[in-house]
Design a protein around this ligand. Structure first.
Ligand SMILES: CC(C)(COP(=O)(O)OP(=O)(O)OC[C@H]1O[C@@H](n2cnc3c(N)ncnc32)[C@H](O)[C@@H]1OP(=O)(O)O)[C@@H](O)C(=O)NCCC(=O)NCCS
Length: 214
């Protein structure tokens, strides 16, 4: 078994962007022990049909909501995130809000907040090429203060299960060639290198994983 995820403290929950709703639990969140005992309480219509069970104790994914708007922007504007994105300029609030509202309303883009005992620790995104497509792109952004705690692997495993429940059979990750950490994380999660693709801002390495339909 991989190393246990390190402790996530409740006062780290808001990602520095101010309180955006929801209750920060008083307990100390610990994601360390693998468990399949507790179903996720997914919020929102988009995920109500799904029952993604956690593969690490205390780690769950829930559908993103409007109250997550600012925290997601703060995570997105983290310098390391910008460097690893295909457009590296900082994102303004108005632009982000527009994108976020469209994403919440979309029937082919799905945003999930990863939580450890209700503490938001990251964002994971599924983008179908078109509504109903069997191929979707996955993107992950672990909240800056929760990086290097071993969260990426269980998050990617959970999103794979969610994708399977949505009838998606192939997940695609496009990773900047320079993003060695991300390449390692996706390879470890079972993604295989397929091709290099040119983007407007550099080379992307395309990785794919076959999803078991559930
Ligand atoms: C890439 C990312 C998702 C990794 O998530 P994470 O939860 O921090 O990663 P983990 O803690 O699970 O670490 C995975 C491995 O990478 C290593 N690692 C993580 N961050 C690292 C860093 N900055 N430098 C060197 N190694 C690093 C860890 O030590 C671990 O290796 P090990 O298991 O051999 O010890 C996260 O750093 C992130 O969100 N980055 C910004 C956005 C991004 O690049 N997204 C991917 C775009 S495709």
């Amino acid at each position: 078994m991989r190393k246990a995820a390190r402790e996530v403290r409740p006062n780290e929950a808001q990602g520095g962007e101010g309180h955006t709703g929801g209750t920060v639990p008083s307990e100390t969140g610990v994601a360390g022990m693998r468990s399949r005992t507790k179903p996720v309480g997914d919020n929102g219509d988009k995920s109500s049909a799904l029952d993604p069970r956690p593969v690490i104790a205390g780690l769950t994914l829930r559908a993103a909501e409007m109250r997550d708007c600012r925290r997601i922007l703060a995570w997105a504007n983290d310098p390391a995130t910008r460097v690893n994105s295909f457009t590296s300029r900082p994102i303004g609030y108005a632009e982000h809000r527009c994108w976020f509202e469209a994403a919440l309303a979309s029937d082919q883009r799905w945003l999930y907040i990863a939580q450890v005992k209700q503490i938001p620790v990251g964002l994971v995104r599924l983008d179908q090429e078109y509504a109903g497509a069997e191929v979707a792109e996955v993107g992950i952004n672990v909240a800056p203060r929760h990086r290097r705690k071993g969260l990426s692997d269980p998050i990617l495993r959970q999103i794979r299960r969610i994708a399977g429940a949505r009838g998606i059979h192939t997940l695609v990750a496009r990773i900047r060639a320079e993003n060695e950490v991300s390449i390692r994380v996706f390879e470890r999660a079972g993604y295989r290198f397929v091709a290099e693709e040119k983007t407007q801002t550099g080379l992307a390495r395309r990785y794919e994983a076959v999803v078991q339909i559930v």
